[in-house]
Write a protein that binds this ligand. Structure first.
Ligand SMILES: Nc1nc2c(ncn2[C@@H]2O[C@H](COP(=O)(O)OP(=O)(O)OP(=O)(O)O)[C@@H](O)[C@H]2O)c(=O)[nH]1
Ligand SMILES: [Mg+2]
Length: 161
């Protein structure tokens, strides 16, 4: 009887470990997401240590590995199209996300509505509700003379969400 109980406990333990691992994913992805032209690829190149050069609209994601301390991450610069946003929010990909860096062009008020929509979609997604990833808003183009200012942008995000 005791070996049987032990076997059942071991099987339950193994199942728990396997299913638990599948649910939590690798959580080793740092993802840059945001509207087209917000400056994701420029930021990607800068953080990845490359030489900054004039970029063109991305037609595919850029990806590299990024080391911080003794931890290694997959660093992905997603295109600014809707397919890429769906890809990030897809539970199969989301499960691997450690930190989501949402790049917002702070000098373009016409893009703020779409930025709010993405934030809303993230917050209501089942994947996020199950596990909140680190979420960072990177307010870009503050050097631009049309920069709206942090307070205005935060208020707009709060109002819309
Ligand atoms: N003034 C200013 N311009 C910037 C800044 N960062 C990026 N840009 C410019 O914004 C434009 C778009 O930058 P990208 O990095 O290609 O934008 P993206 O978000 O990758 O765009 P997609 O690949 O189309 O999704 C380029 O002309 C950049 O030079 C910034 O901090 N300040
Ligand atoms: Mg790009």
């Amino acid at each position: 009887m005791i070996p049987l109980i032990l076997a059942v406990v071991v099987i339950i333990g193994l199942l728990y470990a396997l299913l638990g691992k599948k649910k939590s994913g690798n959580q080793n992805v740092l993802a840059l997401i945001g509207e087209r032209y917000s400056g994701k690829t420029q930021l990607f190149v800068r953080i990845a240590g490359g030489k900054v050069f004039p970029t063109v609209p991305s037609i595919k994601n850029n990806q590299t590995s990024y080391k911080s301390g003794n931890k290694s991450y997959e660093f992905i610069d997603y295109c600014g199209d809707n397919i890429s946003k769906d890809e990030v929010l897809n539970p199969e990909n989301y499960v691997n996300i450690h930190t989501l860096i949402h790049v917002i062009d702070g000098s373009d008020p016409t893009k703020l509505g779409d930025a709010c929509l993405f934030l809303y979609r993230l917050l209501v997604s089942k994947a996020y509700q199950k596990r909140e990833c680190n979420y960072v808003i990177y307010l870009n183009k503050s050097d631009n003379e049309n920069f709206l200012g942090k307070a205005k942008i935060v208020k707009r995000l709060e109002d819309e969400v």
